[in-house]
Design a protein. Sequence first.
Lengths: 374, 325
Amino acid sequence: MDNIAGTKPALTWVVHISVVLLVVLWLIPTVGLLVSSFRDRDQISATGWWLSPFPVEQNYQVKAPAGDVTVDGDRNVIEGNVFGDGEGTVSRFGGKRAAPTEFKAGDTAQLRKDRTLSVQRDGSYVYTSPAAIKRDPSIYFAAESPPDFSLDNYRTIMASDNMDRAFINTLTVTIPATIIPILIAAFAAYALAWMDFRGRGFLIALVVGLLVVPLQLALVPLLTLHNKVGIGQSFLGIWMAHTGFGLPLAIYLLRNYMVGLPRDIIEGAKVDGATDFQVFTKIVLPLSFPALASFAIFQFLWTWNDLLVAKVFLPSNSESWVMTVKIADDLLGSKGGDWGILAAAAFISIAVPLIVFFTMQRYLVRGLLAGSVK
Amino acid sequence: MSPLLQGVLTIIIGVGGCVGYFFASNLILDKIIFPPQTVNPGKNINRANMVRPWLFLLPALSALSLYLLYPVVGSFYRSLFNRSGEEFIGFGNYRTMFADDGFQTALLNNFLWVLFVPAAATFLGLLVAQLTDRLAWGNIAKSIIFMPMAISFVGASLIWKFVYANNPDIGLINAIRDSFGAAPLDPLQLPFWNNFFLMFILVWIQTGFAMVILSAALRGIPEETVEAAIIDGANPFQVFFRIKVPQIMGTIVVVWTTITILVLKVFDIVYTMTGGNFGTEILPSYMMAYMFRDDGRATAVAFVIMIIVLPVMIWNIRQARAEMR
């Protein structure tokens, strides 16, 4: 319809620009997190992530070793390089804590007691004093360090903070909680779609009603029940809880899909003598693959990202923390100011869902379209 | 036993158990209880077919009743007892709760959330769906706006901490204020408005959902209606508001209610961002504050949420029944 009268070029441009703006607005926060997760911790606190491709100016302090003193005429001299063996560019320097960037690199600064200090851009310095130098004098300088991207944050969080454990726990919760409801729901959905019996309409209405029951309602009674029967707070408990909570959506999605399968195939098979069990396993189940996949993705994303159920049904010791609990209850408190570590942890926890999302977006969209009550 | 091994075992037992149950129960039904090779095969087959649906439904129905039906009753029952669960106090929990300042704030804030989040997410979703409809790179734009759907609420909260942070070298908002020379402020501590900063995180997540469904609905509009309007001289805005929107009104309502339900469940954002401080408490987070401490109060809050959801539930059921007829 692009060529229909009524489309104005100016309007097309407005559309392009507004979509670009919205996309940028939607993308910026995530990009910030991703960039920050790779940045050096000192650089994060020195400049915003949006300046990360540029060199960062930071203030440093080094001690000139008094042991290196040489005598030059009537003055004691220390020579060296503020960067030690490393490299960098000094922009300003100073000799006092109160004014650490008083002088420009290359100048010679007059300090107290007739001492002098000069620092070149490449970091080499000369410190002179008429009297003997007993203690290591301090040199303050501002240097530009090149952008420093590395995997250090990821290494730190994986190695020292039990994040690997939390990752495995999340995986442990997610996979059985995704697979088991599918099977149970598929049989029920087939019965509700293709079998005739009294009460079918009521059961479908029940499933639709249960779709919106708030999870909060289930927490206390079920935890009490789990404690009574001896499951307590455990992986078994959370698998069962996730299975129960995921079933209404699973049954609803699968039934909607199965009802749409061609009647001829199913009735033909029955005329040929296939039992319902055979029709289900040999015909309906394979044909329903797209719906099964959509539900699997939903349930996977939901269980992976869940915080509420994990907080209630898993033990509260750090050994069984999943990643969401680990981040919300532990890292935000203990590493509150360590933005690089926080960003890396968040990115580890959202990486898998993002991969699933981008590879299986097709099924997710299809599931969404079938899953909203029309 | 390591949890991972336990998980693998559970998958095997769970899947094997399910398949085994369905296979064995059907076999028993057909071969032993109602075998077709007797005097009256037709009658037996009919009988077996009357029982079979319930065999298929049994595991699902038992799980649903235990994990969703029973809690509705169980929570209400528990909410009538005191903290330790020993003394029956009638509606005592509800009375003390409604008198509590924290609960009133939570209820009011929740009201704001229910008004703002579905409206904003549906509006933005509709906007993006319409704007990207005829765009060559529309699918890429949609993918990006849809992406936050895959991110956990905890992850999203952390992402937005990098926008809201107090430090102008971390938080984007304060960096922008800083470049205009304004002093940094903490958006999450601004009374009243901090709620909207939290809400926007959920809008950011849910716009993609609204967009996907509304975009499909827009595609489903018969082209003739749009063409006719254009021939009659309607401008693009008239086509959108007078022709397209009325035709997808049903879908808009569905999206709106679905997001409304979600808003009443999400405690993660408030929990991670402010912990309910600075006047940002909402009902789900208020409930979690009492979970493990006072089950009577916690279940009472949960039941209030249930009552708020009830109209939507009834409406959904009526829609579903109407559709089946």
